[in-house]
Design a protein around this ligand. Structure first.
Ligand code: MG
Length: 375
């Protein structure tokens, strides 16, 4: 397999593998994991299923399901555009809203079914609060416009970061990557921290998958994009409907928070292995601040820090890093998914253990969709 395809599938199935692996420990604190798996939180290095929702091994949870929703949108829109070009010789006619509207439609399908792997007329058992609020608004919005949805400022969980990766892999160009990432986040999570965390994450993934840069360079590029005034202009324009522009009063302060969440991972004192071994209550940065003050409970910028911290730990394998991200505790499936995708873009598909990959519910479908989109 070509190296680019390795990294592309490593990113996409890295989300699924991290999610399905972490699902067995969802909501467990670091202390609970330490107590249940002696010595020192020695969790099984296998996709076991279980957890509070009693998943079968390899079952997708909301993280992978919603990643699938976004992936299906790219498949439909990109495949149609390619077919039109072949048949009529026309350039793609999709608008910058097409992908996000189609992604939202598939998220609604997940929210109210039917959906693969679920009994008929059943709802998903693990819907986040902002996701539920955002999708309800999206369903009611005129022409199902993502710009008229979103749970609003202050709702800053990791529920859009966990499913943003297909845009890094399939957006047509840089402007589209920024627009589509922002709009797809805004369907449910339109707090600037969520939107900007998704943009930074997707820039890192794209740089590693397509430009084969080092993790450190990918992180620098993401910070450069965040600081670029064109990025804020593009995002604000994408989220403006007619004369109704989004409230930008907190944009700069929120952007500084996202930058700080990334920057703090660059020092040797932010160490995913230490966080997993001594626990988020004790792991400190050199200034005495806690490395993860909320202990990995689902705040978008903590999930981003954990993923970037894992990415920059270049001496350790995908498996070792994702096991440690999950051992930190709390939102283990989503933290595993977000880090799994980012480190998967670094290390490629073969770095994910073969026994883990073999269990993934959507492995074959995701692989087939990638082939369709890539042509
Ligand atoms: Mg989940």
């Amino acid at each position: 397999m070509a190296p680019t395809k390795q990294r592309l599938l490593g990113a996409l199935l890295g989300v699924h593998a991290g999610d399905s692996f972490g699902a067995a420990h969802e909501f467990d604190s670091w202390y609970t994991i330490q107590k249940n798996f002696p010595p020192n939180g020695n969790i099984p290095r296998a996709i076991t299923g279980g957890g509070p929702f009693k998943w079968s091994p390899g079952h997708a949870t909301d993280d992978t399901d919603n990643t699938r929703a976004v992936l299906l949108a790219y498949s439909e829109v990109v495949v149609k555009a390619t077919a039109d070009k072949e048949q009529y010789g026309t350039e793609p006619t999709d608008t910058f809203l097409s992908i996000s509207q189609t992604a939202g439609k598939h998220m609604l399908q997940w929210y109210s079914g039917p959906w693969p792997g679920r009994p008929d007329r059943s709802r998903p058992k693990d819907v986040g609060g902002a996701t539920s609020a955002g999708l309800t608004l999206f369903a009611r919005a005129a022409r199902q416009d993502p710009r008229k949805a979103g749970a609003g400022p202050g709702r800053c969980g990791n529920g859009s970061l966990m499913r943003c990766i297909p845009t890094a892999l399939f957006a047509r160009d840089h402007e589209r990557l920024v627009q589509e990432t922002a709009l797809i986040s805004a369907i449910t999570h339109n707090d600037w921290r969520c939107i900007l965390a998704c943009v930074a994450y997707n820039v890192m993934v794209r740089e590693m998958v397509y430009n084969d840069v080092t993790p450190d360079t990918a992180v620098s590029k993401a910070l450069e994009v965040l600081a670029d005034p064109e990025t804020s202009d593009t995002i604000v324009a994408a989220l403006t409907v007619g004369s109704a522009a989004p409230d930008t009063s907190t944009y700069d302060a929120n952007r500084a928070e996202v930058e700080a969440a990334i920057e703090k991972c660059r020092g040797p004192d932010f160490d995913v292995g230490v966080l997993a071994n001594v626990g988020p209550q004790k792991a400190e940065l050199k200034d005495g601040e806690k490395a993860l003050p909320l202990a990995g409970n689902g705040y978008v910028l903590e999930s981003l820090s954990l993923a970037v911290g894992a990415l920059l730990d270049t001496k350790r394998s995908w498996e070792d890093l994702i096991v440690d991200v999950v051992r930190v505790g709390r939102d283990t499936d989503t933290n595993g998914a977000i880090a799994g995708g980012l480190v998967g873009a670094r290390d490629g598909l073969d770095a994910i253990p073969a026994e883990w990959r073999a269990k993934l519910q959507f492995r074959d479908e995701f692989t087939k969709l990638v082939d369709q989109i890539c042509g």
